[in-house]
Design a protein. Structure first.
Length: 163
């Protein structure tokens, strides 16, 4: 048992000695001129970093100003909505409001006839068409005047309606 311990100890000692022997010798200390060149490089890089930090801070300030200007411009812009009341455009101060509404009536008919019904009634034709369309424009101007205009686009004769 003692021999085994000695073998392991000898092997460990040889590996440590081999590791120390295999290392390269340390580099000689840098020359004063080399140290001064490195110091000058550090100063130059520090100056560049300070310039970049100042430019970043200026860009951040400009971004905040741009965001505020965009928010102010958006507050002045007209408001547009589309809902069940139609298309509505309002000024930022609510002094003007315009609405556009559209109403459409559309018909269609489809007939499925057998030969007996066709002989009795006649050949009914399938059809589709608009009965009418109404365009309504309404709003207010300067909070003082209101207006309403409605245009009716409807057929004037029975031939205009398919059903």
């Amino acid at each position: 048992m003692n021999r085994r311990r000695w073998r392991w100890a000898a092997l460990a000692g040889l590996s440590i000695a081999w590791g120390a022997w295999a290392q390269e010798p340390p580099d000689p200390p840098p020359a004063p001129a080399e140290i001064e060149a490195l110091r000058e490089q550090v100063r130059s890089l520090t100056h560049q970093i300070n310039g970049l930090e100042a430019r970043y801070a200026a860009d951040q300030a400009n971004a905040e100003e741009s965001t505020q200007a965009a928010a102010e411009e958006k507050a002045k812009a007209p408001k547009v909505t589309l809902d069940s009341g139609g298309l509505r455009v309002r000024s930022a101060d609510d002094a003007f409001e315009h609405r556009i509404r559209l109403r459409v009536s559309h018909d269609f008919a489809w007939f499925n006839q057998d030969k007996e019904l066709e002989d009795f009634i006649g050949d009914e034709q399938d059809g589709t068409g608009f009965r009418m369309a109404r365009l309504r424009l309404q709003g207010k101007v300067w909070n003082d005047f209101s207006y309403l205009a409605e245009f009716d686009f409807a057929g004037q004769t029975p031939e205009d309606s398919p059903v």
